[in-house]
Design a protein around this ligand. Sequence first.
Ligand code: BGC
Length: 269
Amino acid sequence: MNQNQRLKGQTALVTGANSGIGRAIAVEFAKEGANVVINYVTNKEATEQMLDEIRSFGGIATALEADVSREDQVMAMFRQAIITFGTIDILVNNAGIQRDSAFADMSLEDWLLVLNVNLTGQFLCSREAVREFMRRGLVPERSVSLGKIICISSVHEVIPWAGHANYAASKGGIKLLMESMAQELGPHKIRVNSIAPGAIKTPINKSAWSTPEAEAKLLLLIPYGRVGEPFDIARTAVWLASDESDYVHGASVFVDGGMTLYPGFSTNG
Ligand code: BGC
């Protein structure tokens, strides 16, 4: 447990929380005193291990299975989370997948799957969270805002990505979804932001960092000279979820070791 408990008494729902970036965020939130709802869709065993880990340091968490692209499952998950913890104060839209292929070979199925999970999933979860924030009203002892939404986007909300048109389109969509929600919901004191990670060591991109050759190639894209770790994103998420960042609204916070600085131009152009 962390000393200052920046999220004490708040309830956070993190989607896709049993691996990679989502896992790190959920564990860190629990260390900061939040009640954590771990959403997952596969790998119950990993989820149980995570619950044990969180409970071992005195953290509070529960796990709920739901496919974020399914309206009925998302609504049921929010209902259950609210029964368990009373309300939700923070949503982290983290669930995301890749199904890569050359553009001419991309199947409609892979296009729709990625858009449904990565973009529609963020819409469905955000809508339920906003409904709950508005139902509950402000609780000043817990936070100065009615609720916080953090969208996990990607550097690919601005960097085009050959061979990943579905993924880049989903992340570009998240950018304007987040900004439109921020514009509309700010007056209700709902704070909406994105984190745009660069290359972070998780299962989604293992082939890009798991051998020395692959890592060396990846590092050419990262001016700061190291591949990110899930904790780099988790600590940014804690800050964005806490009142410390209360005036940050409608922002994409790039946590990418400088990947968006177009390092190719440092020796050319
Ligand atoms: C992708 C990773 C990739 C990173 C940087 C992320 O959004 O999921 O596969 O390594 O962007 O390109």
